[in-house]
Design a protein around this ligand. Structure first.
Ligand code: FMN
Length: 491
């Protein structure tokens, strides 16, 4: 088994997943607005040779019937929060190899502005940036904040496809690799023949002109994706290089891995080219009893009200308003907010067991948060569970989630990583200069040729080969055609 991909899950909020972990005296998550807090973490994760720091983000926050539940304010659930992308350059300056993945939702900010931000981050991280593409959780609150109606669930992904098409055209289709000469003696900073204006007439987005940022080390940030609904998986199969999966059972996660790989083949992509990661909270200690005590402590720091608030923020469903002794099927959940965390409880339990009752779902969210992954045990037990989890699901790695920051990571790095390394399941050195090379191998700094985004690179190269003078060149137009695989027609 190859070394696992090990990312670190962090929120840019004072409280982790759910519950009241922020109250713990050792939890420094409350220092989320302190740069030194993050510099310490980034250096710790790089020293441990972890792959990347993932910074979750959302413009939304929990609401129930349009109001923020008091428990969400008291216990800082997904609020207050700040913009995680702002801190990445500072962390990149303090590290050399650690990657950074940042969420940016496609439902709110214009694609051109988002494309510029990620190109800028790719420059300042020297190619160590990834974009977690989501349509955005807590849609009701976020849409209200932006003064726009909530776009239906699946249409949000249709928009996200067009959003990404335009982004890829800007990153891959405008600048030749050698367009920037910066030749002071010759008086040429940019070689005009090396810049190819684009026009995008998509079903949702229009653009005409050039991407302002000169080519960055990866051009396209590594494309992560989260959202495991059917439409979310289709989006992932077409666009994602790394997929964050959520599911309650190993069987459900294994099925999702197979499903996305099959769908990717339909886009002419190599199904094996996509990596799958699962969010996992690891509670460990030198002895099993001590590890169990940490789990009991975490569980004690949560409440049904808190769990209900977090669940409502993600799905739009108020579990406390439902019949606790009946399953979720008692309501017609619209799923307009988020479907992953509805689907996972609609599934019948393992081996045909009946679907969980609402009280069980509430308890599950209270105990394991939204992501659902929890491993408790001494270092050897944890390594065994990680190994069997990978064997059974086919995932390529994990996002290590916090109960306590930095405590949960201190334990994982100090106790579990050495065991994983002994088994060849954790890297001992970084490889490659960019995040994409770190995840996919040296020499793979750019989008693979079978990714839909590569069609723009090919089109630009075709134009460059034609050496068509700037003045006489029609705008490079293409829209909506990339529903097919990399082979779809260039302009
Ligand atoms: C590991 C992981 C990380 C996620 N990070 C974010 C995030 O940062 N911001 C966000 O809005 N949604 C994030 N999501 C997704 C949402 O939680 C939610 O499930 C999703 O938006 C709903 O998509 P779906 O309806 O396609 O299932 C994440 C999901 C997973 C599994």
């Amino acid at each position: 088994m190859a070394p696992l991909i090990l990312g670190v899950f962090q929120y840019f909020f004072p409280n982790g997943m759910s519950g009241q972990s922020w109250r713990h005296p050792d939890n420094r998550a409350v220092d989320y607005l302190d740069l030194d807090h993050w510099l310490r973490l980034a250096r710790q994760f790089e020293d441990a040779k972890l792959d990347f720091l993932f910074l979750a983000d959302s413009y939304g926050y929990p609401t129930i019937d349009g109001a923020i539940p008091d428990v969400a304010l008291r216990d800082a659930m997904n609020l207050p929060g700040a913009d995680p992308s702002i801190i990445v350059s500072a962390l990149a300056a303090a590290t050399t190899h650690l990657g950074f993945a940042v969420t940016a939702a496609t439902a709110f900010e214009p694609p051109v502005a988002n494309a510029r931000r990620f190109s800028t981050l790719d420059h300042f991280t020297r190619g160590r940036i990834g974009w977690n593409v989501v349509t955005g959780s807590s849609q009701v609150a976020a849409s209200a904040l932006f003064g726009i109606p909530v776009t239906p669930h699946d249409e949000r992904y249709d928009m996200a496809d067009d959003y990404l098409d335009l982004s890829l055209k800007l990153w891959e289709g405008v600048w030749d690799d050698d367009a920037v000469r910066a030749d002071k003696a010759a008086g040429v900073y940019v070689e005009p023949a090396g810049v190819h204006p684009i026009r995008h007439d998509g079903p949702y987005y229009r653009a005409e002109g050039i991407h302002m940022v000169e080519p960055s080390p990866q051009r396209t940030p590594v494309l992560f994706q989260a959202g495991s609904s059917g439409r979310g998986r289709e989006f992932a199969a077409r666009n994602a290089e790394c997929v964050f999966l959520q599911g309650t059972t190993r069987a459900a996660i294994a099925a999702a891995v197979r499903d996305v790989r099959e769908r990717a083949a339909g886009y002419g992509r190599d199904p094996g080219s996509i990596k799958f990661l699962v969010g996992m909270t690891v509670l460990t200690a030198p002895t099993r009893a001590q590890a169990r005590a940490k789990a009991d402590e975490m569980h004690a720091m949560s409440s049904p009200e808190g769990a209900a608030a977090v669940y409502a923020g993600n799905t739009g469903i108020n579990l406390l308003a439902l019949d606790q002794d009946r399953p979720l099927s008692q309501i017609q959940a619209s799923g307009e907010q988020g479907q992953s965390n509805i689907d996972r409880f609609r599934e019948a339990g393992a081996a045909g067991a009946p679907a969980p009752l609402v009280r069980d779902i509430l308890e599950e969210i209270r105990r394991r948060g939204l992501r659902g992954g929890l491993i408790v045990g001494d270092p050897t037990e944890v390594a065994d569970q990680i190994q069997s989890f990978v064997d059974e699901t086919g995932v390529d790695g994990f996002l290590i989630e916090p109960h306590l920051t930095p405590g949960t990571y201190d334990d994982f790095i100090g106790l579990v990583l050495p065991v994983l390394r002994e088994r060849g399941l954790a890297r001992t050195e970084y490889a490659g200069a960019t995040l994409r090379e770190s995840l996919f191998g040296v020499g793979h700094a750019h989008l693979p040729a079978d990714h839909p985004g590569a069609v723009h690179r090919a089109a630009r190269q075709a134009l460059a080969d034609l050496a068509v003078p700037v003045g006489s060149r029609a705008m490079m137009t293409r829209s909506g055609a990339s529903r097919g695989g990399a082979g779809s027609a260039a302009p």
